[in-house]
Design a protein around this ligand. Sequence first.
Ligand code: GDP
Length: 141
Amino acid sequence: METALERTLTIIKPDAVRAGHVGDVVKMFEANGLRIAAARMATLTRREAEGFYAVHRTKPFFESLTAFMSSGPALVMVLEGENAIARLRKLMGATDPAKAAPGTVRKLYAQSIERNAIHGSDAPETAAFEIAYFFAGIDLV
Ligand code: GDP
């Protein structure tokens, strides 16, 4: 089978950082073939959160989402691995934790459809945009 070494962007969101789940989530990444290529703790400004989620600016939850995402420290990371984008999406679980599969990050740690513990890029184009939004090439190891 064809495999591709990919990079994807993840954010352990402010709810999961606040609840002390960083170590548990990073352990899940490493146990599932996702290597950390860059990592940075950051409290996003409202503007930074709005830029990151610009694709959702017309959604009814945009105000609430960007307020939440800038509400406290988050851990922004680039992960690398075979088919990293799809691999991370599977490990994350569905957006709504009530619909997330057992053993996924969101099933285990999300509080609600908005405070859902983790972000992961959904396609190669979004991964490229999101990685460049937070990191320079020199930051990737
Ligand atoms: P993801 O790719 O699974 O993160 O989901 P989306 O790209 O559709 O949405 C981006 C983020 O917006 C989600 O991770 C949630 O934090 C939030 N979100 C999505 N849908 C809803 C919703 O219906 N209500 C609220 N309040 N937040 C939502």
